[in-house]
Design a protein around this ligand. Sequence first.
Ligand SMILES: Nc1ncnc2c1ncn2[C@@H]1O[C@H](COP(=O)(O)OP(=O)(O)OP(=O)(O)O)[C@@H](O)[C@H]1O
Ligand SMILES: [Mg+2]
Length: 305
Amino acid sequence: MLEVRDLHVKFHNRDREAVAGVSFTLRDGEILGLVGESGSGKSVTAMSIAGLLPRKKCSYQGEVLVDGEDMLHAKRALLRKVQGNKIGVVFQEPMSAMDPLMKVGKQVEEVLVIHTDLSAEERKQRAIQALTDVELPDPEAVYDKYPHELSGGMLQRSMIAAAIVSRPSLLLLDEPTTALDVTIQAQILKLLKKLNQKHGISMLFISHNLNVVRKLCKRVAVMQRGVIVEEGLTNDVFFRPQHPYTQHLIECIPTRVKVIARRSAEETADNTGKSAETGRVDATDGTGVVDRAVQAGGERHDGSR
Ligand SMILES: Nc1ncnc2c1ncn2[C@@H]1O[C@H](COP(=O)(O)OP(=O)(O)OP(=O)(O)O)[C@@H](O)[C@H]1O
Ligand SMILES: [Mg+2]
């Protein structure tokens, strides 16, 4: 699906490479987490994958293969084709990502205007279907609303609808829940998991919050200063971090959350007959308990909201 090979990106106005040799693979239908401190190169990596690097402002090397097409060096026409058909992108701030003067429905279907020759009516149907897929109540009404008429959670759902309206096989999610409060955050994570399971969409989920990633992603890569310092199954990384930086990230998660997460991982492993060591697929599913712990005020130490 996605293969990043030895990606380097250096902005001309910076001394240090923003991305300094990153390689990873995202398999079909998988959700991979990418975590790391601010400035570690997560967004630049995502931009490279989406073909959104400001090429004139940087030098870049390596390969970013999306279904075999190298997005890093692709010509404009190919870039647009892949962007319109294969990749959907969701960013952190739903409010600033939307045009306040344009109705939500029109924004959701914008990608179809650019990349397809569907009729206006067909586009509208597709947009309403996407708004339905993200489980917005009364999608027809939402279609006709302006962004300021929606709550933050509804807006983020609309942004996800805009990202999936072209039925992409890969979603790049750059801190999609960071600006949301914890309850809404949990709902969006649940929705993403559903979209992954129901539509088989592969996802790269970027966050600086390892605890959020633990709930959604089977595998995680940890970035620091432009490189991946650790990569593996999320539960392995969460419970047995090897790299000092990952250990530091885990230390920032309150102990109470870690204990409950550990118990839920073990319980799930018991229920499925797997050991806690290998039962991580389901263990990452044990969100309910941790959510409650987090809602009780646990999370915040890592600077997330
Ligand atoms: N357009 C740009 N021009 C110059 N430098 C940039 C540009 N975009 C990013 N950078 C630099 O590249 C480095 C990596 O930035 P990036 O946005 O990928 O970090 P990040 O891991 O996404 O951080 P955050 O968690 O804050 O979003 C940073 O040093 C940043 O200042
Ligand atoms: Mg970023």
